[in-house]
Design a protein around this ligand. Structure first.
Ligand code: DX5
Ligand code: ZN
Length: 213
C-alpha cells in the first residue's frame, strides 16, 4: 500500500527530522492539509510553511485545499513547491480552466469528495485528473473516526476506473490506522493518507505497518 503522511500531526518543532524519517520509512508523497478557517472551522499552514517542507524532501507534495477560492490560491502553493492540487468538488471553481493552467505548469490535479458527496457526481472528471481523494471523515481536523460508508464509495470508484481503464488513482483520507487501512485496501484504494496514526507513534513502525497492509 502506498502511504502519504499528513504532516499536520507531526512534531512541528522537528519538522525536517519528521519528514526525513517519513521518507526513509517509505512514504510515497506528503499530504498538506491547508485550512483557511472558512471552508472548514480550523486554520493550519500557509505558503512559507510549505516552502520549508519543500526544502526538506523531493517527494511529491499534495495540497489538500480546504479553502474558499482555491482557484485563486493554488498558484501560491505551486510557487511554494506543491506538485498536485486537490480541489474540493463541493467548492465552486472552473474545472476546465484550472486543469489547463495546472497542466501548463507541468503539475497535477486531483478532486476530493466529502463524506456526503456521492462518487457518481464526479465520474465524468475521472478521465481528466491524476487522483481522486475520498474523505473518510468530515474535513477540518485530524484524529477523527473513520466513516465506514466510505468503503462503498471506494469500491464504486475502483470498479468505474477499472471498467473504463482509467489511470486515475484512488486516495483515501481520514481516520486511517492499521485496521481501517486494511479495509480501505480491500475496497480498492491505491494510496492512504494518515496523520495521527503515523505521528502518534514511532514513525518508522507506523509507516511500515501501513505499507504492509
Ligand atoms: C482532515 C484532513 C486529513 C487529516 C487526517 O481535514 O484532510 O488529512 O489530517 O488525519 P487523521 O489521519 O488523523 O484522521
Ligand atoms: Zn487531508
Amino acid at each position: 500500500m502506498n502511504v502519504s503522511p499528513s504532516i499536520i500531526s507531526s512534531k512541528l518543532e522537528f519538522l525536517h527530522d519528521q519528514i526525513s524519517r517519513s521518507v526513509r520509512a517509505g512514504a510515497c508523497s506528503f499530504h498538506l492539509d491547508i485550512m483557511d478557517g472558512n471552508f472548514v472551522p480550523n486554520l493550519t499552514m500557509g505558503p512559507d510553511f510549505i516552502s520549508a517542507v519543500r526544502r526538506s524532501t523531493d517527494l511529491e507534495l499534495d495540497a489538500h485545499m480546504m479553502i474558499v477560492n482555491p482557484e485563486k490560491y493554488w498558484k501560491v502553493f505551486s510557487k511554494s513547491g506543491c506538485d498536485l492540487f486537490y480541489f474540493h468538488y463541493e467548492t465552486p471553481f472552473n474545472f476546465k480552466k484550472v486543469r489547463e493552467e495546472i497542466t501548463d505548469e507541468n503539475k497535477k490535479i486531483g478532486i476530493v469528495i466529502n463524506p456526503d458527496t456521492p462518487p457518481e457526481r464526479i465520474t465524468d472528471l475521472l478521465p481528466e485528473i491524476h487522483k481522486v481523494l475520498v474523505m473518510s471523515v468530515y474535513p477540518g481536523f485530524s484524529g477523527q473516526k473513520f466513516i465506514p460508508k466510505s468503503l462503498e464509495k471506494i469500491r464504486f470508484l475502483r470498479k468505474y476506473i477499472d471498467d473504463n481503464r482509467l489511470s486515475c488513482k484512488i486516495e483515501v483520507d481520514g481516520g486511517i490506522d492499521d485496521i481501517t487501512g486494511a479495509e480501505v485496501k480491500k475496497s480498492g484504494a491505491d494510496i492512504i493518507v494518515s496523520a495521527s496514526y503515523i505521528y502518534g507513534g514511532v514513525i518508522e513502525e507506523r509507516i511500515e505497518k501501513l505499507r504492509n497492509l
